[in-house]
Design a protein around this ligand. Structure first.
Ligand SMILES: NC(=O)c1ccc[n+]([C@@H]2O[C@H](COP(=O)([O-])OP(=O)(O)OC[C@H]3O[C@@H](n4cnc5c(N)ncnc54)[C@H](OP(=O)(O)O)[C@@H]3O)[C@@H](O)[C@H]2O)c1
Length: 289
């Protein structure tokens, strides 16, 4: 395979919004598109479904919680393509109790708040960051990275203390400070002092605040990489989408949910912006005042 062939990867794309992003990339991206899934048979089934639509996605296994799986993908991409042009970090989890509370429904969870918060932070923040850390060295000039955050970040932010808000929106925040900040949230979860320490007791929302802050830092840091110009990182909200994650209460179809991620993935070379932003309905959204 030509090492210059362009390539796109979408994490957690065997279903839901990720699946629709792959569908859109197959139609619009000039290069190979990898549908990835932690479970190979679910992933292959999704690939077959898209093939029936006349599309031609490729498959690679990727469990973002498994360092070996991440490393295998990295080695594969390096060997087959010599780089990476589009990375969409879509894979995530949400606790159903928290999801239903967004829709005004109260339901007691099966596991403790601490356990579900730990799981949510692990997958949505630290495992996503591990994918970035592994694959970012492969990004070529003009690469586009889209980290799927959520409007939940905007909704939960006002519930945080003034001090936490200040750290979240600090324009000079570094990756080390980012890690410290969200490790503090996890410590507060463990000591059952989440609200006392100035956080909101909604782990999914906090995890998506983290994805948004992480994307800002990554965007800023990659801009300094003069050897690889024009790498753009943004985060976004796909909207309220009818998927398993929302218990099918969302109002948008998965293809509608994929629109903003696709817009960001396909930003033209040397675009002025958005860069390092949080984007919803293709518009930049700032933290609420
Ligand atoms: N739906 C909404 O309204 C909404 C709103 C705002 C933001 N979002 C965000 O949009 C993204 C997609 O959500 P969705 O609604 O499409 O969710 P979904 O239908 O639940 O799909 C989630 C995908 O992530 C995968 N996944 C979970 N953990 C993984 C892991 N460790 N490694 C690899 N893949 C993993 C799942 O794989 P399995 O099939 O193997 O579980 C599945 O393919 C998420 O980041 C979500 O937070 C969604």
């Amino acid at each position: 395979m030509a090492l210059t062939k362009r390539v796109a990867v979408v994490t957690g794309s065997n279903k839901g919004i990720g699946f629709a992003i792959v569908r859109g990339l197959c139609k619009q991206f000039d290069g190979d598109v990898y549908l990835t899934a932690r479970n190979e048979s679910r992933g292959m089934k999704a690939v077959e479904d898209l093939k029936k639509e006349g599309l031609n996605p490729l498959f690679h296994q990727l469990d973002i919680s498994d360092p070996t799986s991440i490393q295998n993908l990295k080695t594969f991409l390096h060997k087959q393509y010599g780089g990476l042009d589009v990375l969409i970090n879509n894979a995530a989890i949400a606790d159903m109790t928290e999801v239903l509370s967004f829709y005004g429904i109260t339901q007691k969870g099966d596991i403790s708040y601490a356990k579900q918060a730990e799981n949510t932070m692990k997958v949505n923040v630290w495992d996503t960051l591990a994918v970035c850390d592994a694959l970012f060295p492969l990004l070529r000039p003009h690469a586009r990275v889209v980290n799927i955050s959520s409007e939940a970040s905007t909704m939960i932010y006002p519930k945080c203390s003034k001090a936490i808000k200040g750290r979240i929106r600090d324009p000079d925040i570094t990756m080390d400070q980012f890690k410290k900040l969200f490790r503090e949230f996890e410590a507060a979860v463990t000591s059952d002092t989440v609200e006392e320490k100035g956080w909101a007791k909604v782990a999914y929302g906090v995890s998506k605040i983290a994805v948004r802050v992480m994307s800002y830092i990554q965007g800023k840091d990659l801009t300094k990489d003069t050897k690889r110009p024009d790498i753009v990182v943004n985060s976004c909200c796909p909207g309220d989408v009818d998927t398993d994650m929302t218990d099918h209460r969302g109002i948008k179809t998965i293809d509608e949910g994929a629109e903003t991620p696709l817009y960001l993935a396909l930003l033209p070379p040397n675009v002025m912006g958005p860069r390092g932003e949080f984007v919803k309905d293709k518009q930049i959204e700032q933290w609420p005042v």
